[in-house]
Each structure stands twice: as structure tokens, then as C-alpha cells.
Design a protein around this ligand. Structure first.
Ligand code: NBG
Length: 829
């Protein structure tokens, strides 16, 4: 079939697309005056930032419109990345870097007596995610655009993103994230791009004019989804993809009956109820809460997105029977897994395709990425709840399951236990729908996010599925974008690298290998240390401003920054700090090289133990920082509100990166990659992507400790008794008794009792089991730190060998192993 001819592309005026200093300056003034209605004299810093953002946005959108035009051509597959979370970080600097106009823009502003960095600080980031999963989605958006892969990111435009964290009296306080309060220059509202999403009600069977059996869903409520588009520009390319986020609104006059009867308040109430769906992000990382509003959010954005794809598909004049030729839909964890049933419903009920065709299309369209093995994070919805909200989907899920179990029984006759284990419906206790099973059945490919995690997935959580369909399972190790996490976060490092290996490494990170020989060059090492020191000075300044603690930039900066979770073991880190502290108290002359311990971590507001651990960190900081016996050799800092913007100051300043999760628990980790790219050495367990990082950088450049995933499993099977470890290890005993004594809590023996008791009597994450190995490994870190030249050498080699962990490599893997997208067209250097 022939594609519709495109009209010639209109050209945008040079004032909106020009890249010279003069163009940028003029464009900035035009935007300030004509778009924002402000003269330079009265403009607030925020006005100036907004004018700057619009000036950059003009250049970005020019490319965005071209990209959309290309999609309408005889294009390759389009990737639709479905994710309940995105954490893009501030857009301004990233776009300037990708456009290649940081310096011209700096100069244009300087000519107006304005400072680029200061204005950039004004930007409020969209905190539409919790942690690694949401940030990964944004790294992938950056890489897809940079590799010229046509893609749409689909998600939710939460009015309130992840809470802002403050520390009050040592405790975490949550502050509402009103990120839209000053408007958002990066998004384009599309009030004409809307979808209707149904909820509740019942289904009716009927026969159509062709005598075919059909089902109609008669909803109780209908909600409108409105699209908000944010352009996502690739690095030094013309491809600019779209992040399309849906906002829920009331359907106009849906409840006109109530309105006509004078029930004005009920009509308005419906509006409020509808808008609630996209009000706020659930602040739980890796915990499935089972709340109905969460399921509404999931279905709402999935339905909008699939309807949008179908609409675009038909607009392009393509047949629905070939939907999967155009669309590669990736499910970022099970949050969008209801897509399996929704796509079947759209095809069968709304577009009258036969079940078998709809099912084949669905399976060929969808891919599923698993991001966790933690049982508490595996989503399950009660059948009753799901059926009440999505009655038609429950019927469809039962039908999918009936056919699926037939296949299982045919392959494994008589193995009813297996059928029960694999069923999408868990029949034990209250019946639930297992979303990971739904995804595994409805998708063509299932992938884990690091080699170890993918293997454990096939051995544990999805083992039966692997036995049934071994070819469905692949690994795609996570990656992070070096544009955001080196070029934007650490310009001095990026400059130093470019001086030595030339341009192009930001597109082809494997080129960093060219730094390897320079590790032996004393002059280069001196420069490398200079860059690190300047980043540490900058972080020290921020710490002084925000936390009021003075830290010495020449000390070892030992950093653990990530969500707070027991499995990530921030408390293991604290136990080590306290063991050093008590040693110094005993022996003030002890030779311990100065260290600054920095923590950054948000805790889910309802996660009791996580909040206690934050309190333990702040209590430790109070005790250590003010103690004269320590002579400033140890400092402990809880850096509040760890988000993308703050992370950009933290990664460059780290000497040591703490990646100390219980082996087998961290699916991949991505902070581990961001730190190493900025020259931090890792102390870590054989968990997640640590395993592969260590393989790449070399075991001699990595501080390894602790039980392996296999050993951890064996220990648990044998019967782990943490109390025995406590009895055996005097150092550990001293630390735990000290915490238990109330010394950190002005004599309050109850404050940390739940924590200490948990470690002594249950310790599910084997903190005590790994304590000795960890402390021993930290002693090696201290020894290594004494030799600055050798340390710098290792630091350079770490960064030089991180090429594999660029998200560009991950996206290439997805294209080849999951999406069947041909990258040959993409320009490669
Ligand atoms: C997280 C894992 C991390 C991983 C990110 C991105 C969830 C459910 N999982 O280890 O804990 O790096 O996903 O894959 O948020």
C-alpha cells in the first residue's frame, strides 16, 4: 500500500532555530517580551529562566516536528515505552548539551549580564518517579532519540510527583511536590488529543449484523485523558521523540443528568473524582500497595496510550491486523501489564477482530521487563477489586488463562501442581490476579535487567515459564546516559576526557578505553585528581549551605545515595561508621584516614524501618560530627532530597560508591554505573550489575565483599541465626550494644530498639552475616586511599571501562533482542 505523500516541510525562521550567539540573544529577548510579557527590568529570575527555556525549546521543537513527519513516512517500527514513572531531571542543560550550544548560549546571556548556570538552577525537575525504574525510563528515552530510534514514551502526568524531603529533628519530613506551580515551559498541552477511559459497570453479550458473538462493556464512569507532550531530543541528532503524559479530566457533561436536576455539586464532585486519578504518584519504591486508585492510574494511562497508538495507526492508513509491524510496546515492569487485556479488548470488542488474531497481535506487540524479585513488589490484584473496576478485563483474563492452562496441561499432562503455580489467577486464599504471570503469557519476550537478575528470574519467580518457553527469556543489562550523568553533571570531567580522546565518546562510550594508557601518566592523574577535587569542593559548599556541616574536600568521600530499603543495607554502612567511631573513642591516636560519609535517600512515607534507619543516620551524624575526640576525621552527612538535580552534584564528588545490597536482591542498580562513570571506586557485593561492572573494570579495581546470592540462599536454608554472629564478633557486639544503650538518642533506649531487635532476631537481609567482611573490606579501602597515585589510577580505569554501561548499548540490545528494530539506518560514527 502507498503511503500518503507529505507536503513540503515549512521552514522555521532563523530567529527560532539559529544557533549563533546573536540569534540566541535575540530569541531570548523575543520570548521574554512577546511570550511572557515581561521587560528585562521587571523580569524575575523565574521569568528569565522561562524565556531561556522557551528559547531552547524552539530549537528542540523544530526537530520534533521533523521527527513526527518522518514517522508518517514508510517508517520502521515505532517503540512505545509504557512506564508509570519517568524521572527526566531538569531539561534545560541536557537540551543545550544535546543541541551543542552550551557555550554560545552562555555567551548570549553574558552579553545581557545574565549567568547561564544561575538561571538553570531555577528549573524545577519533574519528579514523576520513585527511583531507578523511573530514571531508567528517562535514560532510555535519551538513548532512543540519540540512536534515531523512533519512540514515544507514555506515562502519567502526576500533578504531584515524588515528595520533597526535608529533615526535621533528625526525621524525614515529606513536603508536597508542587512542581507545576510556576508552569512548565517544556510541555505542550494537546487539548485536542484525548481518550475516553471507562471504569466499572458490567458487560453485555450481543450478536452483530454478521451474526458474530460480541461483548459490550457498559461502564459506570468515564474519564477523559488529555495528552501533554514533552520533546526528548537526542544528542547531536535531528531526532526528537515525544514523552506523552496523560492527565485525567472529567468528561464534559457526562453527568448532565445530575446537572439538569440542579445537582450542581454532584456534577462538580464527579469532576474532582476524575481528576484524582492523576493527582499524585505513589511514593513506594518496590512495594505493591494494592490500592484501587493505583490500579485506576495504571489502567488509565495504559488505555489512553493504546487507544492513541490505534488512532495513529489508523491515521497512517495501516490495517489493524498489522498493528505489531508498526508498534513495539515495552512494559516497564508490571505497572502497565493490564495492557495485555486492554489490547485484546480494543481489538476484539471495539474493532471486531477474531480472538485468535487479536491474541497473536497482542503477543507480537508486547515485551515485558521485570525489575525485581522482591516478593513484596510483585503486583497482585484481588479478583474482586479488579473485576469491580474492569469487569470486561477480568473476563478477558479468565479466557487468556483458560487457553494458557490448556497449553500447560498439554505440555505437562497430569502436573496439576504446575498448572496451579503458573495460573494467572492465584486460587490460594483470596483469589488474586498475578500481573507478572499475565505479562509473561501476553508478551513475546521477558527480560531481566542484569545478567545475574535475568538468571535468577528463570530459576525462581518465573522458573515454570522458563521451562515452558525458554526462548522467551533474554537479558538486557541496564545502562545510563553519559550525556546526563557525565556531560551535564560533570562538565570539567567531560572537558578533560574530550581533550584526551577527542569528540565522539558521548555517542560511543566504548571510546573511553582510550583513557586506559593515561592512567599511567602522572600529569593526567594530577588533572584527574584536580577535577575530582573541584567537584568535592562544590559538594562541600552545598553541604555547608544545606546541612550546616563543614567537611574537608581532601577527605575520602564515601557515598551511598539511593532509595532507602533494608535490602540496600544503609544500616550496614552505619554499623561500619560506628565501629570506626568507637575505635577512635577507645584510641584517639588510631590511624584512620579522614572520611566523609554522605547519605542521600528517600524513604517511603509508610515504611517504618526505613524511617528509623534515616533517624539512625542523623543520630550518628550528630554524635560523630560534634565529638572532639574524632578531630574531624569522620564526618557523617545526610544530604536531604536526593533527586536528579541533587544527584548531579553528588555523583561527580564521590571517591567511593556504596553498592552493598544483599546478594540476589538488587535487580541491577544504575547508581553503581553513574558513580563509576564519574571515577568513583565501588565497594560492593556480587549483586545486580555490580557483577558485570567488576568484570569490566577488573577485580583489582573493585572492592568486593560479602556472601554471594548462592551462599545467602544456603545460609537461609541452613537456618540463619544472627544472634550467633553477634555473640561471636566483639566489634559487632560493641556497635549494636552502643546503639541499644540509647547513647545516640540522649538515653532513649526505645528509639532504635525495633532496629536492633530486627537485626538480632531476624535480620532478613543478612546485615550481621556480612558485617565482618564489610568492615574488613573497608579497611582495605582505607589502605588503598593512602596511596593517592594508585587510587587515581584505579579511578581512571573505572571510568575508562564503563563503555558497556551506556544506555545506548542497552537500547541496541533491546532493538536486537526484543524489539526487532533495525539500527542499520541510524548513523554510526
Ligand atoms: C528497580 C531495581 C533496580 C534497578 C531498577 C531499574 C524496581 C521495581 N526495580 O535494581 O530495584 O536498577 O529497577 O531496572 O523499581
Amino acid at each position: 500500500m502507498t503511503e500518503p505523500a507529505l507536503p513540503a516541510a515549512p521552514t522555521v525562521s532563523s530567529l527560532r532555530r539559529g544557533m549563533t550567539v546573536a540569534d540566541l540573544k535575540q530569541s531570548f529577548i523575543d520570548n521574554l517580551v512577546c511570550t511572557l510579557g515581561r521587560g528585562p527590568k521587571l523580569a524575575t529570575p523565574h521569568d528569565l529562566y522561562a524565556a531561556l527555556a522557551l528559547t531552547v525549546r524552539d530549537r528542540v521543537l523544530d526537530r520534533g516536528v521533523q521527527t513526527v513527519r518522518e514517522l508518517a513516512g514508510p517508517s520502521a517500527r515505532i517503540v512505545a515505552y509504557l512506564s508509570a514513572e519517568f524521572l527526566p531531571g531538569p531539561h534545560l542543560m541536557n537540551n543545550l548539551v544535546n543541541l551543542g550550544i552550551v557555550e554560545p548560549m552562555r555567551q548570549a546571556l553574558a552579553e545581557l549580564e545574565l549567568d547561564l548556570d544561575r538561571l538553570a538552577e531555577e528549573e524545577e525537575e519533574p519528579g514523576l518517579g520513585n527511583g531507578g525504574l523511573g530514571r531508567l525510563a528517562s535514560c532510555y528515552m535519551d538513548s532512543m532519540a540519540s540512536l534515531d530510534v523512533p519512540a514515544l514514551g507514555y506515562g502519567i502526568r502526576y500533578e504531584f510527583g515524588i515528595f520533597d524531603q526535608a529533615i526535621k529533628d533528625g526525621w524525614q519530613a515529606e513536603i508536597t511536590d508542587k512542581w507545576l506551580r510556576n508552569g512548565n515551559p517544556w510541555e505542550i498541552p494537546r487539548p485536542e488529543v484525548t481518550c475516553e477511559v471507562m471504569f466499572g459497570g458490567h458487560t453485555e453479550k450481543w450478536y452483530d449484523d454478521h451474526g458474530r458473538f460480541r461483548v459490550r462493556w457498559v461502564p459506570r464512569d468515564v474519564v477523559k485523558g488529555v495528552a501533554y507532550d514533552t520533546p526528548i531530543l537526542g544528542y547531536r541528532v535531528c531526532t526528537c521523540n515525544t514523552l506523552r503524559l496523560w492527565k485525567a479530566e472529567a468528561v464534559e457533561s457526562f453527568d448532565f443528568e445530575a446537572f439538569n436536576h440542579g445537582d450542581y455539586y454532584r456534577a462538580v464532585e464527579d469532576k474532582m473524582v476524575s481528576e484524582n486519578i492523576t493527582k499524585v504518584l505513589y511514593p513506594n519504591d518496590e512495594i505493591a500497595q494494592g490500592k484501587i486508585l493505583r490500579l485506576q492510574q495504571q489502567f488509565f494511562f495504559v488505555s489512553c496510550s493504546l487507544q492513541d497508538m490505534v488512532r495513529l495507526h489508523l491515521l497512517l492508513g495501516r490495517p489493524l491486523a498489522r498493528f505489531h509491524d508498526t508498534w513495539a510496546v515495552q512494559l516497564n515492569d508490571t505497572h502497565p501489564a493490564i495492557a495485555v487485556a486492554e489490547l485484546v479488548r480494543l481489538l476484539v470488542d471495539e474493532h471486531a477482530l477474531p480472538w485468535a488474531d487479536a491474541w497473536a497481535i497482542t503477543q507480537q506487540t508486547l515485551g515485558y521487563t521485570n525489575h525485581t524479585l522482591l516478593p513484596e513488589a510483585l503486583e497482585k490484584w484481588s479478583v474482586e477489586l479488579l473485576g469491580g473496576l474492569l469487569p470486561r478485563h477480568l473476563e478477558i483474563i479468565y479466557e487468556i488463562n483458560r487457553r494458557f492452562l490448556e497449553e500447560v496441561r498439554a505440555r505437562f499432562p497430569g502436573d496439576e501442581a504446575r498448572a496451579g503455580r503458573m495460573s494467572i489467577i492465584d486460587e490460594a486464599g483470596e483469589r488474586t490476579v498475578r500481573m507478572a504471570h499475565l505479562a509473561a503469557v501476553g508478551c513475546h519476550t521477558v527480560n531481566g535487567v542484569a545478567a545475574l537478575h535475568s538468571r535468577l528470574l528463570t530459576e525462581t519467580v518465573l522458573r515454570d515459564f522458563f521451562e515452558l518457553w525458554p526462548d522467551k527469556f533474554v537479558n538486557v543489562t541496564n545502562g545510563v546516559t553519559p550525556r546526563r550523568f557525565v556531560a551535564v553533571s560533570n562538565p570539567p570531567l567531560a572537558r578533560l576526557i574530550t581533550e584526551r580522546v577527542g569528540e565522539g565518546w558521548l555517542k560511543d562510550l566504548a571510546r573511553l578505553r582510550r583513557l586506559e594508557p593515561l592512567a599511567d601518566d602522572p600529569e593526567f592523574r594530577r588533572q584527574w585528581r584536580g577535577v575530582k577535587l573541584s567537584a568535592k569542593r562544590a559538594l562541600a559548599t552545598l553541604i555547608a549551605e544545606r546541612v550546616g556541616v563543614a567537611v574537608d574536600p581532601s577527605a575520602l568521600f564515601d557515598v551511598q545515595a539511593k532509595r532507602l530499603h533494608e535490602y540496600k543495607r544503609q544500616h550496614l554502612n552505619v554499623l561500619h561508621i560506628l565501629s570506626l567511631y568507637l575505635r577512635l573513642k577507645r584510641d584517639p591516636a588510631a590511624d584512620i584516614p579522614p572520611r566523609v560519609f554522605v547519605f542521600g535517600a528517600k524513604a517511603a512515607p509508610g515504611y517504618f524501618m526505613a524511617k528509623r534507619i534515616i533517624r539512625l543516620i542523623t543520630a550518628t551524624a550528630e554524635a560523630v560530627n560534634g565529638d572532639a575526640d574524632v578531630h574531624g576525621r569522620l564526618k557523617v552527612v545526610f544530604f536531604p532530597d536526593f533527586n536528579v538535580k541533587n544527584a548531579q552534584h553528588v555523583y561527580p564528588a564521590a571517591d567511593l560508591s556504596e553498592q552493598i545490597s544483599t546478594a540476589g536482591k538488587e535487580a541491577s542498580g544504575t547508581g553503581n554505573m553513574k558513580f563509576a562513570m564519574n571515577g568513583a571506586l565501588t565497594i560492593g557485593t556480587l549483586d545486580g550489575a555490580n557483577v558485570e561492572i567488576r568484570d569490566e573494570v577488573g577485580p583489582e579495581n573493585f572492592f568486593l565483599f560479602g556472601l554471594t546470592a548462592g551462599e545467602a540462599a544456603e545460609l537461609r536454608a541452613r537456618g540463619y541465626r544472627p544472634r550467633d554472629v553477634y555473640e561471636r564478633n566483639a566489634d559487632l557486639r560493641e556497635v549494636l550494644d552502643y546503639i541499644g544503650s540509647g547513647a545516640l538518642a540522649r538515653g532513649d533506649t526505645q528509639l532504635f530498639k525495633p532496629l536492633v531487635d530486627n537485626l538480632l532476631w531476624s535480620d532478613p537481609f543478612l546485615v550481621l552475616a556480612d558485617f565482618e567482611a564489610y568492615v574488613g573490606c573497608q579497611a582495605k579501602v582505607s589502605e588503598a586511599w593512602r596511596d593517592a597515585e594508585a587510587w587515581t589510577r584505579m579511578s581512571i580505569l573505572n571510568a575508562a571501562r564503563m563503555g558497556r554501561f551506556s544506555s545506548d548499548r542497552s537500547i541496541r540490545d533491546y532493538c536486537a533482542r526484543v524489539w526487532n528494530v533495525d539500527l542499520a539506518r541510524a548513523p554510526q560514527e
